[in-house]
Design a protein around this ligand. Structure first.
Ligand SMILES: Nc1ncnc2c1ncn2[C@@H]1O[C@H](COP(=O)(O)OP(=O)(O)OP(=O)(O)O)[C@@H](O)[C@H]1O
Ligand SMILES: O=C(O)C1=C[C@@H](O)[C@@H](O)[C@H](O)C1
Ligand SMILES: [Mg+2]
Length: 160
C-alpha cells in the first residue's frame, strides 16, 4: 500500500506509449464509493470478491499497464492468472511506507497501528508477491521516474 503502483504505473504507461488501468479505480467506479466505504458498509470479504472480479475483467480487457490492489495476490486463482505475465513487485521498507501512507482513512487496513499492521501484512504477503513477480524493484530513494526506469530495465523493455 502506497508503494507507488498508481504513480509509477502511469509513468510506465506513458513511457511505453500505452494506457494505464488500476483495479482499485475500477472497483470505486463500479461501486460508486471509496474503498474505505466498501470496507465499512460491506466488509473486507465483499471487497475481495469485487477485487477478484475486477482483476479478471481488467486482465482480459486491458492490453497496457495494470496496477492491482495490494491484496489482490491473496486470492489463489488470481495468482494463477498472473503466472507467466510480466508482474513487478514494487518494494519499500516500513519507514517509507508510513511516510507515503500516513494514517489516512483511504487505506482502511492501515488505519490502526500502521507500522505493526504493515509489518504483519508484509510478512503474510511477501511470499505471495515474490511468487507472482517476474521481478522485484525497490522504490526506496528513487523518484517515480527512476522506479519506472528500473522496471523497464528489469523487464528488458527499455527499447520497446
Ligand atoms: N518513488 C517514490 N518516492 C516517493 N514518494 C512516492 C514514490 N512513489 C509514490 N510516491 C508517493 O507515495 C504516495 C502513494 O503513491 P501511490 O498512490 O502511487 O501508491 P499506490 O501503491 O498506488 O497506493 P495504494 O495501495 O493506495 O493504491 C503518493 O503520495 C505518491 O506521490
Ligand atoms: O493491500 C491491500 O489490501 C489494499 C491495497 C489497496 O490498493 C486497496 O486495494 C485496499 O485499500 C486494500
Ligand atoms: Mg493505487
Amino acid at each position: 500500500m502506497g508503494v507507488g503502483k498508481t504513480t509509477v504505473g502511469q509513468v510506465l504507461a506513458e513511457r511505453l506509449g500505452t494506457t494505464f488501468r488500476d483495479t482499485d479505480t475500477d472497483i470505486v467506479t463500479a461501486a460508486g464509493k471509496e474503498i474505505s466505504e466498501i470496507f465499512i458498509d460491506e466488509g473486507e470479504p465483499h471487497f475481495r470478491e469485487l477485487e477478484r472480479q475486477a482483476v479478471r475483467t481488467a486482465v482480459a480487457e486491458h492490453p497496457g499497464v495494470l496496477a492491482l490492489g495490494g491484496g489482490a495476490v491473496l486470492d489463489e486463482d488470481t495468482r494463477a492468472l498472473l503466472s507467466g505475465r510480466p508482474v513487478v513487485f514494487l518494494e519499500m521498507g516500513v519507514a517509507a511506507a508510513v511516510k507515503r501512507t500516513g494514517l489516512d482513512a483511504p487505506r482502511p487496513l492501515l488505519a490502526v497501528n500502521p507500522r505493526q499492521r504493515w509489518r504483519e501484512l508484509m510478512e503474510q504477503r511477501r511470499p505471495l508477491y515474490t511468487e507472482v513477480a517476474r521481478a522485484v524493484v525497490s522504490t526506496e530513494d528513487r523518484t517515480p521516474d527512476d522506479v519506472a526506469d528500473a522496471v523497464l530495465d528489469v523487464l528488458e523493455l527499455k527499447n520497446a
